[in-house]
Design a protein around this ligand. Structure first.
Ligand code: UTP
Length: 293
């Protein structure tokens, strides 16, 4: 399986309005979940799939992302002198991977952010990872999608069943089941009202796409929210080739909004070897306290 998908795009140029004021001057993607920024979880997920070329789409106020994946000489020097070898290793662990940065001048939407990566991707299939959709590290969603791409030779979108009360927040598919967990997509609707939603299967932040999407994105006009929507472009792609959906049944946290972010923090803190024991007792204490409120 290794080597089929070598490139990943990490769109990180959004304005992060659901997280204001925290995102006024610093990127949402740099918000930490326990001890790592969200974008690092995303890059590590790609590395675990043998992807070795990365491009992060950045925008204004996003320079800290570049700094995060670079050497930090003063800090390294200090850690070296104080014998903190483990920390030193941890902060440099990802430095050997080459990450390219492309700036999206205006946040014109996810579709436009992906179009910005065209010169980097060229003629290869590629993965797209939205770093504010945190996938539990024990799950193998992206690996499974790459395997499916190899079998079906067509774009694969990650899907998750969501409650109808939340359906208006997602791109939603109308699909035909190919086999358990795999759908051939017939139609897509971006952020539908409950009455217009063709299913409860929502597109989440992992995609395997083919370079023919760029031709469509180049001709795309702004859709919902005056943004160039990736969903609209994939909808047009449906006329040209089969597109598949892969139903993810594991744990995902939409850390792009405050509640999802808090849930992700709690879940990952409970799994963190250094914190789990103490944090678990604290959570029990809190839940006991809540019983008396
Ligand atoms: P979101 O829909 O979460 O938008 O984008 P956002 O701007 O980040 O946040 P809100 O909705 O205003 O709170 C999904 C992903 O696409 C990227 C974002 O950075 C995020 O990773 N994106 C979005 C871009 O790179 N460029 C854009 O123009 C829009």
């Amino acid at each position: 399986m290794s080597g089929i998908i070598k490139k990943a795009i990490f769109p990180a140029a959004g304005l992060g309005t659901r997280f204001l004021p925290a995102t006024k001057a610093s990127p949402k993607e740099m918000l930490p979940i326990v001890d790592k920024p969200m974008i690092q979880y995303a890059v590590e997920e790609a590395i675990a799939c043998n992807i070795n070329e990365f491009v992060i789409i950045t925008g204004k106020h996003k320079r800290t992302i570049e700094d995060h994946f670079d050497y930090a000489f003063e800090l390294e020097d200090k850690l070296k002198k104080s014998g903190k070898k483990k920390l030193l290793k941890e902060i440099n662990r990802l430095n050997r991977f080459k990450i390219a940065y492309i700036r999206q001048g205006y946040a014109l939407g996810l579709g436009h952010a992906i179009l910005c990566a065209k010169p980097f991707v060229k003629e290869e299939p590629f993965a797209v990872i939205l770093s504010d959709d945190i996938i539990d590290t024990e799950d193998t969603l992206l690996k499974d999608m790459i395997r499916l791409y190899k079998d079906l030779e067509g774009p694969v979108l990650a899907l998750q069943q969501v409650p109808m009360s939340e359906i208006h927040r997602y791109g939603v598919i109308d699909g035909e089941k190919e086999w358990d967990g795999v759908y051939r997509i017939k139609n897509l609707i971006e952020k539908p009202k409950i009455k217009d939603a063709p299913s409860d299967l929502a597109i989440i932040g992992r995609y395997i796409l083919t370079p023919d999407i760029f031709d469509i994105l180049e001709k795309s006009k702004p859709g919902k929210g005056s943004e160039i929507q990736l969903t609209d472009a994939i909808k047009k792609l449906l006329h040209k080739r089969p597109v598949y959906g892969y139903l993810f049944k594991g744990k995902r946290y939409d850390a792009g909004d405050k509640l999802g972010y808090l849930k992700a923090t709690v879940a990952l803190a409970l799994k963190n070897p250094e914190l789990s024991e103490q944090f678990r007792s604290y959570m029990l204490e809190v839940s006991e306290g809540l019983k008396n409120v």
